[in-house]
Design a protein around this ligand. Structure first.
Ligand SMILES: NC(=O)c1ccc[n+]([C@@H]2O[C@H](COP(=O)([O-])OP(=O)(O)OC[C@H]3O[C@@H](n4cnc5c(N)ncnc54)[C@H](OP(=O)(O)O)[C@@H]3O)[C@@H](O)[C@H]2O)c1
Length: 313
C-alpha cells in the first residue's frame, strides 16, 4: 500500500483519478486542494494546500508520508503553472515522495510548439524541473479528452465545452479539411491506466494512451449518423487558424469562462495542433498494450451511449 496525493483531485480529470483509486482500494489516497473538506462518499480526506507556500507543502507531504504525487491541477494560467512548479519543488524537498505525475493529459508538448501555443511552456517547465530532480516521473499524453462528446449522457466530472463538434446545437467547426487524425481517451479510462501504472516499478518519460483514433471529419460523420440529422458545418482554413481567427462554437452552460478573444485564440491554437496532426498521440507509441485488462471506450461507444436515443427518424 502506497500513500498517494492527488493535487487537484476535486476537478475534472483529478476526480476521475480519485474515484478510480477509491474504487480499487489498493492505496491510501488524499486530495490536495486549496479548500479543506472531505469527500464523504469516497471516504477521501481533502488536505488544505497553499500552493504559494513551498515550505508548508513540503511539511504536509512529509507529515502524510506521501510517496507518489499525481497532479491534476487545471493548468490554464501562469498562476496554476507556478502552483504546480511549487508542488514539484515541495515533492523534491520532502524526502518521502519518489514519483510524480505532472498535470498534462494532452498532446506531446515540445518547444517547437511555443511559436503558436505559448502555454506549452507550462508543461515544459514542469518537465524540466522533474528531469533535474531525483523523482521518477511520466508525462501522460492522450490527445483529446473524449468526455466532451458524451456529456451529460456518459458520466464525467469534466466541465463541458464545445470544441469542433457541438452535439447540443448540431453544429461543427472543423479545423482544416477535417482529415487529420486525432487520438481520444475518456478520463475514466485515463484513471484506469494511471491506477495500473502505480503498480509498475519503473516509468518511461512519456506515457501515451488512447481509446480511439479518428479525424474530426469522421467524428462529424458519426455525429450526423447517430443523431440522424445533417449538421451546420464551418471549415476553418489553416491560414484562418494560424491568424488566430478560428471559429468558436457557442459554449454550453458550465463551460470554462474565458473572454471571447482569449477563447478564439485558444480554439485557433487547438486548430493548428489538429491540422499539424499533433493531436494524434498514437504515433508516439501507445502503452495501452502493457495493460491488456483495460479496454478503453471508443468514440462510437461514447457517442452512441450519449446521443443514440436522440436519433431522428
Ligand atoms: N487533452 C484534453 O483534451 C484536455 C482537456 C481538459 C483538460 N486537460 C488537461 O488536464 C489537466 C486537468 O484539467 P481539468 O479540466 O481536470 O482541470 P480543472 O477541473 O479545471 O481543475 C482541477 C483542479 O485544479 C485546481 N486548481 C485550479 N486552478 C488552480 C490554481 N490556480 N492553483 C492551484 N490549483 C488550482 C482546483 O482544485 P481546488 O480548487 O480544489 O484547489 C481544480 O479543481 C490540465 O493540465 C489540462 O490541460 C486536457
Amino acid at each position: 500500500m502506497v500513500n498517494i496525493a492527488v493535487a487537484g483531485g476535486t476537478g475534472g480529470i483529478g476526480k476521475a483519478i480519485v474515484e478510480e483509486l477509491a474504487r480499487q482500494k489498493k492505496h491510501n489516497v488524499v486530495i490536495l486542494s486549496r479548500k479543506v473538506s472531505r469527500i464523504a462518499d469516497l471516504g477521501i480526506d481533502v488536505l488544505a494546500t497553499d500552493y504559494s507556500d513551498t515550505f508548508n507543502m513540503t511539511e504536509l507531504l512529509k507529515k502524510h508520508n506521501i510517496e507518489i504525487v499525481i497532479s491534476a491541477l487545471g493548468l490554464f494560467s501562469p498562476e496554476s503553472s507556478q502552483a504546480q512548479l511549487n508542488l514539484i519543488n515541495a515533492a523534491i524537498a520532502s524526502g518521502t515522495v519518489k514519483k510524480f505525475i505532472p498535470s498534462e493529459y494532452g498532446i506531446k508538448y515540445t518547444k517547437e510548439m511555443l511559436s503558436f501555443h505559448p502555454a506549452a511552456q507550462w508543461w515544459l517547465d514542469a518537465s524540466d524541473a522533474l528531469q533535474k530532480s531525483h523523482l521518477q516521473f511520466t508525462r501522460i499524453i492522450l490527445g483529446w479528452t473524449l468526455d466532451h462528446y458524451g456529456i451529460p449522457g456518459v458520466p464525467s466530472n469534466m466541465k463541458p465545452f464545445s470544441y469542433a463538434i457541438d452535439f447540443n446545437k448540431r453544429r461543427a467547426a472543423i479545423p482544416g479539411d477535417g482529415t487529420a487524425p486525432v487520438a481520444f481517451l475518456h478520463s475514466r479510462d485515463l484513471a484506469k491506466y494511471i491506477a495500473a501504472m502505480l503498480e509498475q516499478d519503473n516509468w518511461s518519460i512519456f506515457s501515451p494512451f488512447a481509446g480511439d483514433r479518428m479525424s474530426w471529419g469522421e467524428l462529424l460523420s458519426l455525429a450526423e449518423e447517430v443523431t440522424g440529422t445533417k449538421w451546420e458545418v464551418t471549415y476553418d482554413s489553416v491560414e484562418k487558424l494560424e491568424s488566430g481567427e478560428g471559429t468558436v462554437l457557442e459554449q454550453p452552460e458550465g463551460a470554462m469562462q474565458l473572454p471571447a478573444e482569449a477563447l478564439r485564440h485558444l480554439w485557433s491554437e487547438f486548430g493548428v495542433m489538429a491540422v499539424r496532426e499533433l493531436m494524434d498521440v498514437t504515433k508516439e507509441g501507445l502503452r495501452n498494450d502493457e495493460f491488456p485488462d483495460i479496454t478503453p471506450m471508443t468514440v462510437r461507444e461514447v457517442v452512441e451511449a450519449a446521443w443514440g436515443n436522440d436519433r431522428r427518424a
